[in-house]
Design a protein around this ligand. Structure first.
Ligand code: CO
Length: 290
Protein backbone atom coordinates (compact mmCIF):
# COMPACT_ATOMS: atom_id res chain seq x y z
CA UNK A 1 0.00 0.00 0.00
CA UNK A 2 1.28 3.47 -0.82
CA UNK A 3 1.09 6.26 1.68
CA UNK A 4 -0.68 8.55 -0.75
CA UNK A 5 -3.35 8.38 -3.38
CA UNK A 6 -1.91 11.23 -5.43
CA UNK A 7 -2.07 10.41 -9.14
CA UNK A 8 0.98 9.50 -11.19
CA UNK A 9 1.90 12.39 -13.48
CA UNK A 10 1.19 12.20 -17.19
CA UNK A 11 1.89 14.47 -20.15
CA UNK A 12 -0.52 17.41 -20.19
CA UNK A 13 0.88 18.90 -23.39
CA UNK A 14 3.98 18.85 -25.55
CA UNK A 15 5.69 22.08 -26.63
CA UNK A 16 8.47 22.57 -29.15
CA UNK A 17 11.06 25.27 -28.69
CA UNK A 18 11.24 28.34 -30.92
CA UNK A 19 14.51 29.38 -32.58
CA UNK A 20 15.52 32.87 -31.48
CA UNK A 21 18.59 34.91 -30.62
CA UNK A 22 19.50 36.89 -27.54
CA UNK A 23 22.45 38.75 -26.02
CA UNK A 24 24.68 40.09 -28.80
CA UNK A 25 23.27 37.59 -31.31
CA UNK A 26 23.61 34.16 -29.69
CA UNK A 27 21.41 31.59 -31.42
CA UNK A 28 19.26 29.59 -29.06
CA UNK A 29 15.97 27.75 -28.71
CA UNK A 30 13.41 29.31 -26.38
CA UNK A 31 11.19 26.63 -24.89
CA UNK A 32 9.50 28.42 -21.97
CA UNK A 33 8.90 32.16 -22.46
CA UNK A 34 7.56 32.00 -26.03
CA UNK A 35 3.98 32.37 -27.35
CA UNK A 36 3.13 28.66 -27.03
CA UNK A 37 4.27 28.56 -23.39
CA UNK A 38 4.70 32.10 -21.98
CA UNK A 39 5.50 30.72 -18.54
CA UNK A 40 5.04 27.72 -16.31
CA UNK A 41 4.80 29.16 -12.79
CA UNK A 42 7.36 29.36 -11.10
CA UNK A 43 9.44 29.05 -14.30
CA UNK A 44 9.65 32.14 -16.49
CA UNK A 45 11.99 31.00 -19.23
CA UNK A 46 13.93 27.99 -20.50
CA UNK A 47 16.52 28.45 -23.23
CA UNK A 48 18.47 25.60 -24.77
CA UNK A 49 21.68 26.56 -26.49
CA UNK A 50 23.56 23.99 -28.53
CA UNK A 51 25.81 24.46 -31.52
CA UNK A 52 29.17 23.42 -32.94
CA UNK A 53 29.50 26.70 -34.83
CA UNK A 54 31.44 29.46 -33.10
CA UNK A 55 29.54 32.19 -35.01
CA UNK A 56 26.34 31.09 -33.25
CA UNK A 57 27.69 31.85 -29.75
CA UNK A 58 30.90 33.88 -29.99
CA UNK A 59 29.20 37.28 -29.44
CA UNK A 60 28.00 36.09 -26.02
CA UNK A 61 25.88 38.09 -23.58
CA UNK A 62 27.66 41.37 -22.79
CA UNK A 63 26.71 43.45 -19.74
CA UNK A 64 22.97 43.32 -18.99
CA UNK A 65 20.88 43.73 -15.83
CA UNK A 66 18.47 41.42 -13.99
CA UNK A 67 16.04 42.05 -11.13
CA UNK A 68 13.40 40.02 -9.32
CA UNK A 69 14.21 36.37 -10.10
CA UNK A 70 16.94 33.71 -10.36
CA UNK A 71 18.85 32.46 -13.39
CA UNK A 72 20.12 28.88 -13.42
CA UNK A 73 22.71 28.00 -16.07
CA UNK A 74 23.65 24.37 -16.65
CA UNK A 75 26.54 23.71 -19.02
CA UNK A 76 26.76 20.43 -20.92
CA UNK A 77 29.59 21.38 -23.28
CA UNK A 78 31.79 24.41 -23.61
CA UNK A 79 33.03 27.15 -21.30
CA UNK A 80 31.38 30.43 -20.38
CA UNK A 81 32.78 33.22 -18.20
CA UNK A 82 30.47 35.07 -15.80
CA UNK A 83 31.34 38.50 -14.39
CA UNK A 84 29.06 40.77 -12.39
CA UNK A 85 29.16 44.22 -10.85
CA UNK A 86 29.15 42.77 -7.31
CA UNK A 87 32.63 41.30 -7.76
CA UNK A 88 31.69 37.74 -8.67
CA UNK A 89 33.53 36.02 -11.47
CA UNK A 90 33.75 32.41 -12.57
CA UNK A 91 34.11 30.11 -15.55
CA UNK A 92 31.37 27.61 -16.17
CA UNK A 93 32.84 24.35 -17.46
CA UNK A 94 31.03 21.24 -18.77
CA UNK A 95 28.81 19.76 -16.07
CA UNK A 96 28.79 22.86 -13.88
CA UNK A 97 25.88 24.92 -12.64
CA UNK A 98 25.52 28.61 -11.89
CA UNK A 99 22.60 29.59 -9.67
CA UNK A 100 22.32 33.36 -9.61
CA UNK A 101 19.81 35.21 -7.48
CA UNK A 102 19.39 38.60 -9.13
CA UNK A 103 17.26 39.88 -6.24
CA UNK A 104 17.18 43.69 -6.15
CA UNK A 105 19.53 43.86 -9.11
CA UNK A 106 22.87 43.19 -10.69
CA UNK A 107 24.59 43.70 -14.01
CA UNK A 108 26.51 40.80 -15.48
CA UNK A 109 28.05 39.41 -18.63
CA UNK A 110 28.12 35.81 -19.83
CA UNK A 111 30.82 35.38 -22.47
CA UNK A 112 32.18 32.28 -24.21
CA UNK A 113 35.62 31.29 -22.97
CA UNK A 114 36.47 29.48 -26.22
CA UNK A 115 36.98 30.39 -29.87
CA UNK A 116 35.73 27.13 -31.36
CA UNK A 117 34.10 23.81 -30.51
CA UNK A 118 30.76 22.87 -29.11
CA UNK A 119 28.70 25.01 -26.74
CA UNK A 120 25.65 23.36 -25.21
CA UNK A 121 23.49 23.85 -22.13
CA UNK A 122 20.41 25.43 -20.61
CA UNK A 123 19.39 28.63 -18.90
CA UNK A 124 16.30 28.49 -16.71
CA UNK A 125 14.66 31.52 -15.10
CA UNK A 126 13.06 30.79 -11.76
CA UNK A 127 10.77 33.39 -10.23
CA UNK A 128 11.14 34.78 -6.71
CA UNK A 129 8.15 35.48 -4.47
CA UNK A 130 7.23 39.15 -3.86
CA UNK A 131 8.86 39.05 -0.41
CA UNK A 132 12.25 38.02 -1.92
CA UNK A 133 12.37 40.10 -5.11
CA UNK A 134 14.45 42.85 -3.47
CA UNK A 135 16.75 40.48 -1.59
CA UNK A 136 20.54 40.95 -1.87
CA UNK A 137 21.99 39.47 -5.08
CA UNK A 138 23.69 36.10 -4.61
CA UNK A 139 25.98 34.12 -6.89
CA UNK A 140 26.50 30.37 -6.44
CA UNK A 141 28.69 28.29 -8.69
CA UNK A 142 28.97 24.51 -8.52
CA UNK A 143 31.73 22.72 -10.42
CA UNK A 144 30.97 19.31 -11.95
CA UNK A 145 32.45 17.54 -8.91
CA UNK A 146 29.83 19.20 -6.68
CA UNK A 147 26.86 17.81 -8.62
CA UNK A 148 26.28 14.28 -7.28
CA UNK A 149 25.23 11.38 -9.51
CA UNK A 150 22.62 8.86 -8.40
CA UNK A 151 21.96 5.48 -10.04
CA UNK A 152 18.40 4.87 -8.89
CA UNK A 153 17.78 1.90 -11.22
CA UNK A 154 19.61 -0.28 -13.71
CA UNK A 155 20.40 1.74 -16.83
CA UNK A 156 19.50 5.07 -15.20
CA UNK A 157 21.82 7.81 -14.00
CA UNK A 158 20.69 11.12 -12.56
CA UNK A 159 22.87 14.14 -11.92
CA UNK A 160 21.14 15.86 -9.01
CA UNK A 161 21.39 19.65 -9.28
CA UNK A 162 18.47 20.29 -6.92
CA UNK A 163 16.09 17.95 -5.14
CA UNK A 164 16.72 14.34 -4.19
CA UNK A 165 17.08 11.00 -5.99
CA UNK A 166 17.50 7.71 -4.12
CA UNK A 167 18.64 9.57 -0.99
CA UNK A 168 21.19 11.70 -2.85
CA UNK A 169 20.54 15.43 -2.54
CA UNK A 170 21.65 18.17 -4.90
CA UNK A 171 23.58 21.17 -3.55
CA UNK A 172 20.95 23.83 -4.24
CA UNK A 173 18.25 24.76 -1.75
CA UNK A 174 15.57 27.35 -2.44
CA UNK A 175 12.78 27.17 0.13
CA UNK A 176 10.51 29.59 -1.77
CA UNK A 177 10.02 27.30 -4.79
CA UNK A 178 11.48 24.00 -3.52
CA UNK A 179 13.02 23.18 -6.93
CA UNK A 180 14.00 19.80 -8.31
CA UNK A 181 16.45 19.85 -11.24
CA UNK A 182 17.75 16.51 -12.57
CA UNK A 183 19.84 15.64 -15.63
CA UNK A 184 18.77 12.12 -16.58
CA UNK A 185 20.34 9.49 -18.83
CA UNK A 186 18.05 6.50 -19.36
CA UNK A 187 19.06 3.48 -21.46
CA UNK A 188 16.53 2.01 -23.89
CA UNK A 189 14.12 -0.17 -21.88
CA UNK A 190 15.29 1.11 -18.50
CA UNK A 191 12.68 2.55 -16.14
CA UNK A 192 12.86 5.33 -13.59
CA UNK A 193 10.35 6.41 -10.97
CA UNK A 194 10.83 9.77 -9.29
CA UNK A 195 8.72 11.21 -6.49
CA UNK A 196 7.92 14.88 -6.95
CA UNK A 197 6.17 17.06 -4.39
CA UNK A 198 2.43 17.07 -5.26
CA UNK A 199 2.25 20.86 -4.89
CA UNK A 200 4.94 21.40 -7.56
CA UNK A 201 4.58 22.17 -11.26
CA UNK A 202 6.88 19.97 -13.36
CA UNK A 203 8.24 19.55 -16.86
CA UNK A 204 10.47 17.16 -18.77
CA UNK A 205 12.67 18.41 -21.61
CA UNK A 206 14.27 15.72 -23.79
CA UNK A 207 17.55 16.73 -25.44
CA UNK A 208 18.72 13.37 -26.82
CA UNK A 209 16.68 10.35 -27.88
CA UNK A 210 13.12 9.76 -26.68
CA UNK A 211 11.34 8.88 -23.44
CA UNK A 212 7.95 7.51 -22.57
CA UNK A 213 6.08 9.10 -19.66
CA UNK A 214 3.92 6.63 -17.74
CA UNK A 215 3.58 2.90 -18.17
CA UNK A 216 0.93 2.73 -20.89
CA UNK A 217 2.78 1.49 -24.00
CA UNK A 218 0.26 3.37 -26.17
CA UNK A 219 1.53 6.73 -24.88
CA UNK A 220 3.32 8.78 -27.52
CA UNK A 221 6.98 9.33 -26.78
CA UNK A 222 8.47 12.69 -25.86
CA UNK A 223 11.19 13.25 -28.43
CA UNK A 224 14.37 15.30 -28.72
CA UNK A 225 13.78 19.06 -28.34
CA UNK A 226 10.27 18.55 -26.95
CA UNK A 227 9.11 19.79 -23.57
CA UNK A 228 6.36 17.83 -21.83
CA UNK A 229 4.31 19.86 -19.36
CA UNK A 230 3.40 17.30 -16.71
CA UNK A 231 -0.02 17.00 -15.14
CA UNK A 232 -0.52 17.65 -11.45
CA UNK A 233 0.20 14.65 -9.29
CA UNK A 234 2.98 12.99 -7.38
CA UNK A 235 5.53 10.65 -8.89
CA UNK A 236 6.57 10.41 -12.51
CA UNK A 237 7.42 7.15 -14.29
CA UNK A 238 9.79 7.25 -17.24
CA UNK A 239 10.98 4.62 -19.67
CA UNK A 240 13.92 4.95 -22.06
CA UNK A 241 13.06 4.27 -25.69
CA UNK A 242 15.40 3.14 -28.40
CA UNK A 243 17.31 6.25 -29.32
CA UNK A 244 18.83 4.96 -32.55
CA UNK A 245 20.84 2.11 -34.00
CA UNK A 246 23.63 2.80 -31.53
CA UNK A 247 21.27 2.19 -28.58
CA UNK A 248 22.33 5.38 -26.80
CA UNK A 249 20.62 6.56 -23.66
CA UNK A 250 17.88 9.15 -23.83
CA UNK A 251 18.84 12.39 -22.09
CA UNK A 252 16.43 14.82 -20.46
CA UNK A 253 16.15 17.39 -17.73
CA UNK A 254 13.34 16.88 -15.24
CA UNK A 255 12.47 20.10 -13.42
CA UNK A 256 9.84 20.85 -10.77
CA UNK A 257 9.04 23.79 -8.53
CA UNK A 258 6.26 25.13 -6.34
CA UNK A 259 4.10 27.73 -8.15
CA UNK A 260 4.09 31.18 -6.57
CA UNK A 261 0.57 32.10 -7.79
CA UNK A 262 1.42 35.81 -7.77
CA UNK A 263 0.91 38.40 -10.50
CA UNK A 264 3.84 38.58 -12.93
CA UNK A 265 4.90 41.90 -14.48
CA UNK A 266 7.74 41.12 -16.85
CA UNK A 267 9.77 43.16 -19.26
CA UNK A 268 13.05 41.84 -20.66
CA UNK A 269 15.44 41.19 -17.78
CA UNK A 270 13.11 42.51 -15.04
CA UNK A 271 10.40 40.37 -13.47
CA UNK A 272 8.29 42.01 -10.76
CA UNK A 273 4.68 41.86 -9.53
CA UNK A 274 3.34 45.23 -10.76
CA UNK A 275 3.93 47.75 -13.56
CA UNK A 276 5.02 50.34 -11.00
CA UNK A 277 7.72 48.00 -9.72
CA UNK A 278 8.88 47.46 -13.32
CA UNK A 279 9.14 51.21 -13.88
CA UNK A 280 11.08 51.49 -10.62
CA UNK A 281 13.43 48.74 -11.86
CA UNK A 282 14.11 50.71 -15.07
CA UNK A 283 14.74 53.93 -13.25
CA UNK A 284 16.97 52.25 -10.59
CA UNK A 285 18.99 50.59 -13.35
CA UNK A 286 19.35 53.84 -15.30
CA UNK A 287 20.43 55.62 -12.14
CA UNK A 288 23.16 53.08 -11.46
CA UNK A 289 21.49 51.61 -8.38
CA UNK A 290 22.12 47.98 -9.39
CO1 CO B 1 21.90 37.22 -17.71
Amino acid sequence: MTSTNVATRSVKRVVKGMPTSDGAGVKLTRVIGQPQLPDLDPFLMLDEFGTDKAEDYIAGFPDHPHRGFETVTYMLDGRMRHRDNHGNEGVLVPGSVQWMTAGRGLVHSEMPEQQEGRMRGFQLWLNLPARDKMTAPKYQEFGPERIPTATPAKGVTARVIAGQVAGIAGPILQPATDPTYLDLAIEPGAQFVQALPPDCAAFLYVFEGALQVGTDPGTSPVRTHELAVLSEGGEIRLKGLTAGADGMSARAILVAGRPLREPVAKYGPFVMNTREELQQAFSDFQNGKF
